[in-house]
Design a binder for this molecule. Structure first.
Ligand code: G3H
Ligand code: 13P
Ligand code: ZN
Length: 337
């Protein structure tokens, strides 16, 4: 099966009461780690690439690595999704390259920093929906602004200052026709999300539940959802790294989200931590080694473990064979109808 529609995976997840982890990639080893985890757990998969990833890996490398994954793992429904598209042009270039799903993040201006207006967001997102749906491609929008700027995404605002407004969210979905909606509930990208274990004050699950009540049929997306496990921080710090104490989004809170309409969960940082910890360990313990395979293999294995754990916790494990993926042409026909 070729790369498939994300909408179908999320619809199936909604029916089954589970969610799909969307894991960021920049290179071959990360794609391999995800695909092996998917085979082992029999999970449908969303692989996502940011603008940074597309420029780091180059679109064609990325695309052909994904085609290799399709060929090698025919039993796994596999989506290639653009993470945080900053403009309709970026989304267009992704669609032309073969992405089967795109995020138009119109919560920020094309600089990826300045919070936009509601009107700008609606306009940019609607444009992308029109262009994408004509080709059967899925669209994720975002309303509200995530905190932080550490990884270059975000306004640098406090995570609680631009939470998603439930009424605006409902209006946004109605006006744009997005397939999935990313919301801001106090999370941020990167390792430094919370200074202590998040409480109901800092991670606003109540807000998520309110949004779900207004939009019971919309697939919600949680960004900034790495859990930043202490064990992974400790490995990095034990081998010469310098991470400050920090907390991420507890897996139990994500599971509460899944019971309240969350169907896609974005995870990048946990995999970055796992990879870096594994590489540091090899460097520290066997400084005589210099064959990249000696540290990239354990790095890939460490990421595979994290991805398997998330796939299991999110409930997507075991669902790879539930349905026959629809071709994008069929999705396009459905959108047109
Ligand atoms: O949205 C953030 C993801 O972690 C991707 O980050 O832009 O550094 O590739 P990146
Ligand atoms: P983390 O930094 O928490 O992994 O979030 C990734 C993300 O939201 C990508 O869009
Ligand atoms: Zn994100």
């Amino acid at each position: 099966m070729p790369l498939v529609s994300m909408r179908q995976l999320l619809d199936e997840a909604a029916q089954g009461g589970y969610a799909i982890g969307a894991f960021n990639v920049n290179n071959m080893e990360q794609i391999q780690a995800i695909m092996e985890a998917a085979r082992e757990t029999r999970s449908p998969v969303v692989v996502q690439a940011s603008r940074g990833a597309r420029s780091y890996a180059q679109d064609r490398y990325l695309y052909h690595l994904m085609l290799a994954a399709v060929e090698l793992y025919p039993e796994i429904p596999l989506v290639l999704h653009l993470d945080h598209g900053n403009s309709p042009e970026t989304c267009k270039s992704a669609i032309e390259m073969g992405f089967t799903s795109v995020m138009m993040d119109g919560s920020l201006m094309p600089d990826g920093k300045t919070p936009s207006t509601f009107e700008y967001n609606v306009e940019a997102t609607r444009k992308v929906v029109e262009m994408a749906h004509a080709r059967g491609v899925t669209v994720e929008g975002e309303i509200g602004t995530l905190g932080g700027i550490e990884d270059g995404h975000g306004a640098g605002v406090d995570a609680l200052s631009h939470l998603t407004d439930p009424d605006q969210a409902a209006e946004f979905v109605k006006l744009t026709g997005v397939d999935a909606l990313a919301i801001a509930i106090g999370t941020s990208h990167g390792a430094y999300k919370f200074k202590e274990k998040p409480t109901g004050e800092t991670l606003r699950m109540d807000r998520l539940i309110e949004i779900h009540k207004k939009l019971p049929n919309t697939h919600l997306v949680m960004h900034g959802s790495s859990s930043v496990p202490k064990e992974l921080q400790d490995i990095i710090n034990a081998y010469g790294g310098k991470l400050r104490p920090t907390w991420g989004v507890p897996v139990e809170e994500i599971q509460r989200g899944i019971r309240n309409g969350v169907r896609k969960i974005n995870v990048d940082t946990d995999n970055r931590l796992a990879i870096t910890g594994a590489i540091r360990k090899v460097f520290a313990e066997t400084p005589e080694k210099f064959d990249p395979r000696d540290y990239l293999k354990p790095a890939r294995e460490a990421m595979r473990q994290v991805v398997m754990a998330r796939m299991t916790a999110f409930g997507q494990a075991g669902h790879a064979g539930d349905y026959a993926p629809l071709p994008l042409e069929e999705m396009a026909r459905r959108y047109a109808a």
